[in-house]
Design a protein around this ligand. Structure first.
Ligand code: BMA
Length: 859
């Protein structure tokens, strides 16, 4: 009896559910199989996923991130692969008016079959698809099968027909075919990543069924925003199966729970897709601000579709209301490039972002959260989604909104020219429309940029002679550039997100000539690619620095994941296989290292020193850029993160571990910065403030390496203003050194506010290698704070100057994070470091390893 009642209840529940307006079947997870078409053996697969990760799970390829394995998996992209999944549908489940397969991303040349009917052909990994398939669905077993054609085999005929080699210098294939595929450019290799040309269902897939009508998309356009009023327009895209009289209702969900109606808008729906524009306003809006300027308040805005007063569909978004302007125009100094938010100019602090993995489906929501946590901890307010990767997933932009990190969004084109035939351009048009529509509601989205470095490359990289293009070929390639980046992309931006800033290529000015540093944004590669010393950062300052960088090795914990002890030599096969800019890479690191430091004693010391070197170089740059505000209004270093474990310009390695650079960035990006620099024989001390306004004292001191004070001075009650950079003190270096050897003197400047010693910056008068450092004696005490779980305090005291104190733990998981690291301890100074760990203090004390600069040298 019980059983009968339960079944009856279940039937009713199913029936009621089927009466629902819409229903989504998740077609992800397990139940998928994949097969190499020339083999025909079906094996279990995971969706979302890639062929490589499925092969890896089946132990059919070695891990390409380990050793030199990348080489032996190069066959994978020359094959065709199929994926299939079977699932059951009940007869009643077919009763919806519309049943559509939704693909968020297929990588890349994909033929989709449902029950053996070809329902979609896709050739762009960046576009999503909605395919009505009701007519092909059946009661009982259904099969979805997707054929992924080899991108190499698909694109080779295009190359053979074109008879042109595109200048895709980063493409590590024998023949650069990456330009033909609308697929992440870095998959084909870059100067920080392997060549792993993936295929697969890389983003979610669903079967979405609905009745009568559905809201496809809402664009919450912000027409005019200030603190008194936000004039808005909801552009609602509705698709109807059943024509008729409906109503669109807009609501603003308030924190107090009420849902005030913003607008009621009767609509007559025809069968098919239609767009309605509904103006509305929010009085005295709570504005959204980037990190450091205010809160990231977001309204929950809702669009409902009503039929006879009954809600049949609803769509909601979290919308931050703000006005963003990019001021890029001629001024008395050249051509400005800065960001204004809600009418206030703001200095941009951040980095360039590349995808977090070669196998994109491995980038989980947790990884995105950790990435944004790290950006926030490092005082970022901007990230550039660089054009050789992918348009990131929704989670990324949602986190950017939540954390107040503005997004500089490139279209996915970098460092080469591209085809310009009609099919290619149509494909790009669709890609641009699709991604602009997906991202335009995000408060964090600050600008669109056509591509990375193609415009400067056309002028300066010698492509015409290097690739022996005839004048005719060269003209036609450049016309293709103009059509794509100066006509089509700006048209798409103007159509789908009118008013947002677009520029066709970053950088606007090249780094070669001094006059270039007066115009727009710049990628300054004089340091590293041009082999200039770090001091060049002090004299090469553009209006906005959107790229500059220096390489280092990831820490030993990460190196151990791909190399064995036998490989611990920068010129071993494995280390060279992981160095993706072989022409310069390890040699450049070594050259700069021996310019500034003494020879490291062994491989781990080299790795440590490479990080210190990189961090010190970037510190020079960041401080120079910030001091130069408002002439310079932004600094985005190259690069935030890695896509695999190897040496690169990143501050945060593939496993999310912080290199020395990330710790230095956290210091150099602080809302208040004290910065010391020698300019024309004088030691100048500057204070740069983002938002702080108030009084401070500046305490300055010079001492010898044993801590004996030789000079000191205090400036009292200085007024600091927000958004300002001021030189507070200048002194002849001779007046401080008083005849002493510059290599034996330490100088520091510190801000004191409300009797608290706050931001400090230490300055040395000579390169580190000239300093005669002695081995410091460090006292170490670990303890557990009374009220905090998962934390251990490490108190350190040094008798002498200890430079770049690096704390590490043997075999610690990546999440074990020292809040501060690679710092200098002054003679006699005590510092307490917070460590996130569940270990007991005694265990930490035992496992703790401490390195200092002095201890890393060979002597
Ligand atoms: C920049 C980037 C990348 C490259 C980096 C380091 O110009 O845009 O193309 O990885 O330089 O060379």
């Amino acid at each position: 009896m019980k059983y009968i009642l339960l079944s009856a209840w279940l039937c009713l529940a199913v029936f009621m559910n089927l009466q629902a307006q819409d229903h989504t079947v998740n077609l992800m997870g397990s139940g998928w199989e994949f097969s190499r078409t020339d083999e025909g053996v079906w094996r279990p697969a995971t969706v979302p996923g890639t062929v490589h990760t499925d092969l890896l799970a089946q132990h059919l390829i070695p891990d390409p991130f380990i050793g030199t394995n990348e080489k032996v998996v190069q066959w994978v992209d020359k094959k065709d692969w199929e994926y299939r999944k079977k699932w059951k549908l009940k007869k009643q489940e077919l009763n919806f008016d519309v049943m559509a397969l939704e693909f968020k991303g297929l990588d890349t040349y994909a033929d989709v079959y449902l029950n053996n009917h070809l329902v979609l052909q896709s050739s762009n990994m960046f576009v999503s698809h909605v395919v009505n398939v009701k007519e092909w669905l059946v009661a009982g077993d259904n099969e979805l099968r997707i054929l992924f054609k080899s991108p190499i085999k698909t694109d080779m005929p295009k190359f053979l027909q074109d008879q042109v080699i595109y200048p895709a210098g980063n493409d590590a294939s024998d023949i650069p075919l990456s330009v033909y595929a609308r697929k992440a450019p870095y998959h084909y290799g870059w100067d920080w990543g392997p060549r792993l040309v993936t295929s697969g269902i890389w983003r979610p897939v669903y079967l979405h069924s609905w009745n009568r009508a559905t809201i496809r998309d809402v664009y919450w356009q912000q027409l005019k925003v200030d603190s008194t009023r936000a004039e808005m327009q909801a552009e609602v895209t509705v698709e109807a199966a059943v024509p008729g009289e409906y109503t669109l209702q807009l609501q603003k969900k308030s924190a107090r729970g009420g849902e005030p109606s913003l607008a009621l808008f009767p609509v007559t729906l025809q069968a098919g897709t239609q767009v309605f524009k509904i103006p509305f306003a929010i009085e005295k809006p709570v504005l959204w601000w980037p990190a450091g300027m205010g809160d990231q308040y977001r309204y929950e805005l809702v669009a409902n579709l009503l039929l006879s007063k009954k809600k049949i569909d609803t769509h909601s978004d979290k919308i931050g209301i703000r006005a963003i302007e990019i001021v890029n125009k001629p001024d008395s100094l050249g051509e400005s490039f800065y960001v204004k938010v809600n009418g206030r100019p703001v200095f941009m602090k951040g980095a360039n972002y590349i995808p977090q993995d070669n196998f994109l489906p491995r980038v989980t929501a947790d990884k995105q959260e950790q990435l944004f946590h790290d950006m926030t901890a490092s005082h970022f307010n901007m990230v550039r989604v660089w054009g050789g990767g992918v348009y990131e997933d929704d989670k990324f932009y949602d986190l950017a909104d939540q954390k107040g990190i503005l997004v500089w969004q490139d279209f996915m084109f970098a460092c080469t020219l591209y085809p310009s035939d009609t099919a290619f351009l149509e494909n790009v048009k669709q890609e641009a429309a699709d991604n602009i529509r997906r991202l335009r509601n995000h408060a964090s989205l600050a600008l669109w940029c056509g591509n990375n470095e193609i415009a400067v490359a056309i002028k300066n990289w010698g492509w015409q002679s290097g690739y022996a293009y005839t004048n005719k070929q060269w003209d036609s390639l450049q016309q293709g550039y103009d059509l794509l980046f100066r006509t089509i992309l700006p048209q798409q931006v103007a159509t789908y997100q009118p008013g947002v800033f677009y520029f066709h290529s970053s950088p606007i000015s090249n780094w070669g000539k001094p006059e270039e540093f007066t115009r727009g944004d710049n990628h300054y590669w004089g340091v590293w690619h041009g082999m200039e010393w770090f001091e060049a950062f002090n004299t090469h300052i553009p209006r906005f620095m959107s790229e500059y960088g220096f390489q280092s090795f990831p820490g030993m914990e990460t190196i151990r994941t791909f190399a064995t002890k036998d490989d611990y030599d920068i010129f071993s096969n494995v280390m060279q296989a992981h160095q993706k800019s072989p022409a310069k890479g390890n040699t450049a690191i070594k050259t700069y290292m021996l310019h500034y430091y003494r020879e490291p004693k062994d491989f781990p010391a080299f790795v440590y020193l490479s990080q210190v070197l990189q961090a010190e170089g970037m510190k020079v740059a960041i401080e120079a850029h910030r001091r130069a505000m408002p002439y310079c209004m932004g600094t985005l270093y190259w690069q935030l993160n890695d896509c695999w474990p190897g040496p690169s310009w990143s501050g945060r390695d593939y496993n999310g571990r912080w290199k020395a650079l990330q710790y230095y960035v956290k210091e150099a990006f602080k809302p208040r910065l004290v910065s010391n620099v020698i300019e024309n024989g004088q030691l100048n001390t500057w204070v740069v403030t983002d938002e702080y306004q108030g009084k401070a004292d500046l305490v300055m001191s010079a001492m010898d390496l044993n801590g004996k004070t030789i000079w000191q001075k205090e400036l009292k009650d200085i007024q600091l203003n927000s958004n300002a950079s001021v030189k507070l003190h200048a002194i002849d270096t001779a007046a401080i050194l008083q005849g002493r050897n510059p290599a034996m003197v330490i100088f520091y400047a510190q801000l004191r506010i409300d009797n608290k010693d706050l931001e400090r910056n230490i300055f040395y008068f000579a390169p580190a290698k000239e300093m005669k450092l002695e081995v410091p004696h460090l006292e170490v005490v670990t303890s557990k704070p009374a009220k905090e779980n998962g934390v251990v305090y490490i108190r350190l005291k040094s008798d002498k100057l200890a430079r770049n104190v690096y704390l590490s733990l043997d075999n610690a998981p990546a999440a074990t994070h020292f809040e501060e690291n690679y710092f200098d301890l002054l003679p006699g100074e005590t510092r307490t470091i917070r460590l996130q760990t569940t270990q007991l203090p005694e265990i930490v004390q035992q496992a703790l390893k401490i390195t200092t600069l002095e201890a890393s040298y060979k002597h």
